[in-house]
Each structure stands twice: as C-alpha cells, then as structure tokens.
Design a protein around this ligand. Structure first.
Ligand code: NDP
Length: 256
C-alpha cells in the first residue's frame, strides 16, 4: 500500500489546519511530495515542518519535497497564478485533495447573512470547482490523476440551521458524481469523502469563534479526529490503480 504513495505529488487545499494538515503529514510519512495551500501562511509553515519531520522519521527514500503557497481558493486570480509559485519539478500533480471549506454560522434561513451564503458557496463549491478545473486538463493529457473531494454527512442528511452549508455539500456530492462519470473511460480516479463529526477548527468557525458553543457540539459524542479522516483519504489514494473508491461515508461510532 505505502509504496503507491512513494514519490507522488499531492496538492491539498485548506492544508493549514484540521483534516488538510493531518492529511499532509500522513502523505509525507508515505513518501509523497506536497503542495500545500491555505490563506494563513504562518500556519502552513507549521504544517510543512510537521510534514518534513514525519517524512524524516519514516526514513523513506522518495518524496519529502514540500511547497507552501498562500492562496485563497475563492480568488480566481490567485488560483490562476498558482503554477508560477510551484517549482517545475512539482507541477505534475498526481493527487488533488479539495479540502478547503467550512460552515459559517448555524442560522435559520430567514436569519442567514448574505456574506455567509457567499463565503460557503465560494469556498466549498466554487473553490473546489476552480481547483478541479485547474488540474483536470493536465490529468486528461497525462491519462492519470486522482481527485479527492471533501463532502460531508451534511450533503446526504441536511439538518435544521445548516441549509446553506448542507446545500453546498450536496453540490459537492453532485459535482463529484458527475465528474466520476465524465472520466469513467480514463484511468483518472474520483473520490468523495463524507465525514460525520470531526473535532477541528470547523466547529469554532461555525460558531464564529464562540469556543463554549463550539465545544458543546461534541458533548455525548466522541468525535472523529482529523487523523481519522486523513487515514481514509490516504487509504483511498493508495488503492491499486484499477480500484476507485467512489465514496467514503465515515461517522463517529455514536453518530447516525
Ligand atoms: P478546519 O476549519 O479545521 O480547516 C479548514 C481549512 O480550510 C483550513 O486549513 C483553512 O485555512 C482552509 N480554508 C478555509 N477557507 C479557505 C479559502 N478561502 N482558501 C483556502 N483555504 C481555506 O476544518 P476541517 O479540517 O474540519 O474541514 C476540512 C473539510 O472537511 C471542509 O471542507 C469541511 O467542510 C469538511 N468536513 C468537516 C467536518 C467536521 O466535522 N470537521 C465534517 C464533514 C466535512 P485558512 O484559514 O488558513 O485559509
């Protein structure tokens, strides 16, 4: 399994925290190279350090090249300029992990702020589409590649107070399923990861920085960790080339 990650180049959006950061570290441990994107450059550097350390500790001969790029996935001009910031040796990406995203507020429909609607769709949907478009032509011309999108339980089971977030993740689900069918006659693989509750900064963002409200969400449930989801992502990437994991729906044992 691990040998299938050796020397691969993995581009991860939202790599500065949570699931994206844990995924970066796990791919580095497996001998992959990394392109890490997020808006917080200082946080990205910390993740890169952790990934270098994981790569060194694993003593694998390949991989371990890491580039961080401060980038907002909602800004088309920043996305278009990405390759100018990536060394030529890392421009042939093997795996794209479209992970940047979040829920902004937990509000009833009549109370939702327009800016939160915009942020959720711009990040979770349009950002994911824009990175996919950036990579898909290259994947097609090289007849290779794997796109792994972060959906959510929210895209399958909408809940009150989550209308826009749930709609954004349902959009991710539909987009990913369409893409899978578009590339069915190629070796390109397409995977959607649908986590249940994962303890990350996600909850803090959803409750706009109110830590006690954010923590309350996990009462009575042992949430998944970012590492749990990273393992699913890396596992899907490490399947043999003829195996496509179309979707992974993964929940804490006490969430249904
Ligand atoms: P975190 O809030 O911990 O991490 C979100 C990441 O996305 C950060 O690295 C953040 O970095 C990045 N990000 C946010 N907006 C942008 C942007 N405009 N451009 C670039 N990067 C951005 O959340 P999680 O790790 O939990 O979430 C990761 C994914 O998993 C999301 O798509 C989320 O919807 C999904 N998910 C999470 C669940 C959970 O319970 N935690 C459950 C199901 C799905 P920065 O601020 O530096 O830009």
């Amino acid at each position: 399994t691990a040998s299938r990650l050796l020397g691969k180049t993995v581009l991860i959006t939202g790599a500065s925290a949570g699931i994206g950061a844990a995924t970066a570290v796990l791919f580095a441990k497996g001998g992959s190279n990394l392109i890490l994107l997020a808006r917080r450059a200082d946080q990205l550097e910390k993740v890169a350090e952790a990934a270098y350390a994981a790569h060194r500790a694993a003593s694998v001969q390949q991989g371990g090249q890491i580039v961080t790029v401060q980038l907002d996935v909602t800004d088309g001009s920043q996305v278009a300029a990405l390759w100018s910031k990536v060394p030529p040796g890392l421009r042939a990406v093997d795996i794209l992990v479209n992970n940047a995203g979040g829920a902004h507020g937990i509000d009833r429909v009549g109370d939702i702020q327009e800016k939160d609607v915009d942020t959720m769709f711009a990040t979770n949907v349009l950002g994911l589409i824009s990175l996919t478009q950036l990579l898909i032509k290259d994947f097609k011309s090289r007849n290779a590649g794997h796109i792994i999108n972060l959906g959510s339980i929210a895209g399958r089971e909408p809940y009150a107070g989550g209308s826009v977030y749930c709609a954004s993740k349902a959009a991710v689900r539909a987009f990913t399923a369409s893409l899978l069918r578009e590339v069915v006659d190629t070796p390109i693989r397409v995977t959607e990861i649908q986590p249940g509750m994962v303890e990350t900064e996600f909850s803090l963002v959803r409750y706009r920085g109110d830590k006690s409200a954010a923590d309350k969400v996990y009462e009575g449930i042992r949430p998944l960790t970012a590492e749990d989801i990273a393992e699913e992502i890396v596992w899907a990437a490490a399947r043999p080339p003829h195996v496509n994991i179309a979707e992974v729906f993964v929940l804490p044992v006490n969430q249904a």
